[in-house]
Design a protein around this ligand. Structure first.
Ligand SMILES: NC(=O)C1=CN([C@@H]2O[C@H](COP(=O)(O)OP(=O)(O)OC[C@H]3O[C@@H](n4cnc5c(N)ncnc54)[C@H](OP(=O)(O)O)[C@@H]3O)[C@@H](O)[C@H]2O)[C@@H](O)CC1
Ligand SMILES: [K+]
Length: 558
């Protein structure tokens, strides 16, 4: 192969929030052609990075950059120029180093890692003596390092990077700002469809963890322990939107091994509305099926009749998978855990559109099932996922058929099912925290991009349970640019403070932005609303730990 002189022309990825720096040697011919790092389709770098952050593999350059910055990872190469044969690190001659000072000046870098032995060697020889910062060598993700399995790479990178990358800041933003953010994120290259994939994946992860916790209560040695990795740590090939189980995914293949008769398949029912909140549910269905769960997806309309985008696109992808029959009969948790509930008045098993003979770990899609059919599905479910209504919900009451779905889900909760809500429990206003009639009561809520004022009111706990924020994208620079613009606008209007800011980064500011003026006091009508919600016998505070008794009685003579 010819020796060529190569000059590095791809800009480094970093900003002031970067905390670790990853360095390769020099972009390969495939990367140079693409204009971005690790561009060879067989290089596993992006799959490894996505897996350690529990995200789908990024597809575009913008998505790759966003994922790194969002997780505070800087990326560059050791060399500014060299002579090289093809992509062979061993052939490198006349190597000139990059000047890393620009990254260290801008960011508080806590550690430097080389993504392969040659990069480590070159760093130690050409950069460390002047920079004085040591570097740790990680295994190469290149196909040349074939002896290293994907799971081992993920383990090595995760162990090295994750302890150095702390929690991200929590934001509470008005719904209007979240919608605006979605548009800005899409404009800067991470599509709405990708955001929805990330949302669905985050939702699936929490639902799977719930199912796992339920399973271990029934049987601490349950085979689900072995499946845990399938969602949380195993990367998957999402490049062409296909979500079928792939043979390259060793964890998933193991989790889905139909020959393992003892393996319990957790059973998840997912309720999908016709808007984009439903889209999160359609994506989660694929993720959960991939992880070995038996999934029943309930929808008012078939995928082709859903008009909201990107929900429509995501629903079609899921439907394509649902029509593939699976291999073994449904068995597992739901049969042992719920058989006593179904025995008494067992309603007829519902018919499915796509999979009349749906078998385990496939997705069965149920279009507008009757109340009896829904009750039957719920009775078999370990976890119910609520993706009916999100930030697009409005009004004082929830209309049919969703009202009946919510009531049945709440009833099933009182019989032991766990409920996970997408973005906001259906029926709760994400903006004001006002609960409509009826309103879903979730154990866990996975809210997208940022928390919302309605989830932060003192009484929201009764409906939201524990709130998890799934950031989905790197929003901090956008929020900062809004703040700067507002400062300039305020200055030119003669104000010297940020009164009236639409960017609220704490609960009180967000509540004010929501029009509430102040957070509701204990005498606020939210309390009365929680009481009226108790008509079905549910105590909204029952999930809270009891207040401990004082250890000593107060001395009555003092
Ligand atoms: N955009 C994106 O890319 C991303 C969006 N994301 C997700 O999208 C969600 C927002 O989606 P959205 O705006 O489509 O609204 P959504 O909450 O699904 O509600 C619309 C549906 O509600 C219905 N409906 C309304 N009121 C009702 C009532 N009283 N009673 C009954 N039905 C009622 C209304 O029915 P219609 O009026 O059409 O009959 C319509 O079908 C957001 O919460 C997040 O989860 C994330 O994945 C990130 C990426
Ligand atoms: K919801």
């Amino acid at each position: 192969m010819d020796v060529t002189t190569v000059t590095h022309e791809i800009q480094p990825v970093f900003d002031s929030r970067s905390r670790v720096l990853l360095l390769g040697t020099m972009p390969s011919p495939a990367s140079r052609e693409q204009g971005f790092y690790y561009g060879h389709p067989q290089n596993r770098f992006w799959r490894v990075i996505a897996a350690i952050f529990d995200e789908p593999a990024p597809r575009t350059i913008e998505e790759k950059r966003d994922m790194l910055l969002h997780h505070h990872v800087a990326l560059w190469d050791v060399l500014a120029s060299c002579e090289i044969e093809g992509a062979s690190d061993a052939s490198i001659r006349d190597a000139q180093p990059n000047d890393l000072a620009r990254i260290f000046d801008a960011a508080d870098i806590r550690a430097v890692f080389a993504t392969g032995t040659k990069a480590g060697e070159l760093y130690r020889k050409l950069i460390e003596p002047t920079l004085g910062v040591p570097c740790t060598t990680l295994p190469s993700t290149s196909p040349a390092n074939a002896k290293m399995k994907l799971a081992d790479l993920v383990g090595a990178y995760g162990k090295a990077l994750l302890p150095l990358l702390g929690e991200t800041e929590k934001h509470v933003l008005p719904v209007a700002d979240v919608v605006k953010l979605e548009k800005e994120i899409a404009k800067s290259g991470t599509s709405l469809s990708t955001l929805m994939e990330r949302a669905g994946r985050a939702l699936a992860k929490v639902a799977f963890d719930e199912a796992q916790a339920t399973a271990s209560q029934h049987d601490p040695n349950n085979a689900m322990q072995r499946q845990a990795d399938a969602i949380s740590h195993t990367p998957h090939d999402n490049q062409n939107g296909s979500t079928g189980r792939t043979s390259s995914n060793s964890h998933t293949a193991e989790a889905s091994d139909p020959s393992d008769e003892n393996q319990a398949a957790p059973h998840i029912a997912i309720l999908c509305g016709s808007g984009n909140n439903g889209g999160d549910g359609w994506v989660a269905a694929r993720e959960l099926a991939r992880a070995g769960c038996a999934v029943d997806l309930v929808t008012k309309r078939p995928a082709r009749e859903i008009s909201a985008e990107p929900a429509h696109e995501q629903a079609l992808l899921t439907e394509a998978i649902a029509s593939k029959p699976a291999n073994t009969p449904r068995a597992g948790l739901h049969q042992t855990a719920s058989s006593s509930q179904t025995a008494a008045s067992a309603p007829t098993a519902p018919q499915t559109t796509a999979t009349q003979h749906a078998k385990p770990r496939a997705i069965a899609i149920h279009v507008s099932p009757s109340g009896d059919e829904l009750a039957c599905l719920f009775a078999a479910a370990d976890v119910i996922v609520d993706a009916i209504l999100g930030t697009g919900f409005s009004g004082d009451s929830v209309l049919a058929p969703y009202d009946a779905w919510i009531r049945l889900a709440n009833e099933q909760r009182s019989r032991g099912a766990r409920i996970v809500a997408a973005d906001v429990p259906s029926g709760l206003s994400a903006q004001t925290g006002k609960a409509a009639e009826p309103c879903l009561k979730a154990h866990e809520t996975v809210t997208m991009i940022a928390s919302k004022p309605g989830l932060e009111t003192p009484y929201a706990f009764a409906f939201c349970g524990t709130v998890h924020v799934a950031p989905l994208a790197y929003i901090e620079p956008i929020l900062e640019s809004w703040k700067q613009r507002e400062t300039v606008d305020n200055a030119s209007a003669g104000n010297d403070s940020l009164i009236g800011s639409s960017v609220a980064t704490d609960a009180n500011a967000a509540l004010e932005a929501a029009g509430a003026g102040k957070p509701p006091s204990l005498k606020h009508d939210a309390f009365r609303r929680a009481e009226t919600e108790d008509d079905d016998g549910y105590d909204p505070y029952s999930d809270r730990p009891p207040t401990p008794e004082p250890l000593f009685q107060a001395d009555p003579w003092n």
